[in-house]
Design a protein around this ligand. Structure first.
Ligand code: NIG
Length: 436
């Protein structure tokens, strides 16, 4: 397949390491670009006149991107996308003034999702997740991490992970499974140490043995797991061969981010309460800061993580949706880009980097996805805008008109509608100022 007429082709080419500081602004943008795809892989990328003249392009099926933006599929590196039902009652309660913590204390929140999860059957969960995958693809996401964490008890947690594995068996999407310790089951609330031992002695070894999880994560925060418990759990998971992530500094400052960086976590996620001291400690480590502004918007806390400080300090930043029924019911990465730009003062280029190649690093897949370079997997999306900055600018919309996963079109509305731009060009005399 030869994708031609890419008005702006964002390749994200560059060094094979998480992009930091000024590198986050470098998109490897090619005007009038083309991508040649062969056997699920990018064979060649460059200016269209060069790529289409290559002997390898002869006979390739041509796909016209109509002068619009083409970029790597989004890598959503933090989601809780497998849940049984929304929690709209809590949403209303919060609007009336209840806090996330108060709702949790009254038996809602994660515990409410866990009660539903316990009753769900594995096959139903897999079918449900397949539908969610369809939505991810419509919005331009081609890889997503998915956490367990609504099972709490050993068997329901394993059930979630098995459902995730079954849902990813097809070739049109990739799920990266994470075993998450989200809360202590209600029945063990007064025996927390016993629960931690159960997880260390049974759940982690079994998940690792069955290859059900690649990553291990803990909700280390006020009212959830303590720093000491989290450290114990993370250390056991690392010994079992799982890579580490951590929910850190979301509801309060606990010191979790520094602790995780010391344990060589791949990423620390949330960071709404991160301090300058933490940033000094993160500097020079290999840990990625994954920011989740969707939950700040939905919970209405107004406290966005300090993205500008992080980028300026040279710490690689990733962006993710945190899709979940409690704090961030969206799987739209484009909206997350808008929040990153308008609320966290990331530039559109930094936000694109954070949502593609840095997300790929945050899920340990950067050797295959996150950029469009020869030899990498052909995961790419076409957005119906002529300038990539319009992706965050026209916020709350879906600009994605085609998603290609491993060289195959897995979502398209390109042929059905000839022009979907939110503000089609006006026929101004002299061409007007739009469309540079
Ligand atoms: O990342 N912080 C912990 N977990 C989710 C919320 C999960 C839920 O409320 O169901 C989050 O915000």
């Amino acid at each position: 397949m030869l994708v031609v007429n890419c008005g702006q082709l964002l390749t994200l080419r560059g060094p094979c390491r998480p992009r930091a500081g000024k590198e986050m602004s470098e998109l490897g943008l090619i005007r009038n670009g083309a991508v040649l795809v062969r056997d699920q892989v990018v064979a060649m990328v460059g200016p269209e006149d060069r790529v289409s003249r290559s002997p390898d392009a002869r006979g390739a099926e041509r796909l016209d991107a109509r002068g619009q933006v083409v970029l790597p599929g989004f890598v959503d590196s933090h989601t809780h996308a497998l849940f049984v039902a929304p929690r709209v009652d809590e949403y209303e309660a919060r609007i009336r003034g209840a806090s996330y913590a108060e709702i949790a204390k009254a038996g809602g929140g994660i515990q409410a999702s866990a009660r539903r999860m316990r009753a769900a059957d594995e096959r139903m969960l897999t079918d449900h997740l397949r539908k969610v995958i369809g939505l991810f693809l419509e919005y331009g996401t081609t890889v997503a991490e998915v956490k367990s964490g609504y099972g709490l008890e050993v068997e329901p947690e394993l059930k979630m992970l098995r459902a995730i594995r079954a849902a990813t068996a097809r070739d049109d999407f990739e799920l990266v499974p994470t075993l998450l310790m989200h809360d202590v089951p209600a029945r063990l609330r007064s025996r927390r140490a016993r629960y931690v031992q159960l997880v260390i002695g049974r759940l982690i070894p079994q998940a690792a043995r069955e290859g059900l999880a690649e990553f291990f994560d803990v909700f280390c925060d006020r009212g959830y797991f303590t720093l000491a418990e989290s450290k114990q759990l993370l250390s056991a998971a690392a010994r079992a061969g799982l890579k580490l992530k951590l929910h850190a500094e979301q509801l309060a400052h606990t010191g979790a981010a520094r602790m995780a960086a010391r344990l060589k976590a791949v990423s620390v996620d949330h960071l709404d309460h991160l301090t300058e001291g933490d940033i000094r400690r993160l500097r020079g480590t290999r840990t990625i800061a994954t920011l989740l502004p969707g939950s700040v918007l939905h919970l209405g806390s107004g406290r966005y993580p300090p993205a500008r400080w992080l980028v300026d300090a040279g710490i690689p930043v990733a962006l993710a949706t945190n899709f979940n029924p409690g704090s961030s019911p969206t799987l739209n990465m484009q909206l997350i880009l808008s929040l990153a730009c308008s609320q966290m003062r990331m530039s559109p280029a930094e936000a694109v980097t954070a949502a593609t190649i840095n997300g790929a690093h945050a899920v340990g897949r950067a050797d295959r996805v996150g950029s469009l370079e020869a030899g990498k997997q052909a995961d790419l999306i076409i957005m119906d805008v002529p300038d990539y900055r319009e992706i965050p600018y026209f916020f709350g919309m879906n600009h994605c008109v085609m998603t290609i996963k491993k060289g195959r079109v897995v979502f398209s509305r390109l042929s059905a509608v000839s022009h979907q731009h939110p503000h089609p060009p006006l026929p101004l005399e002299g061409g007007g100022e739009r469309r540079g």
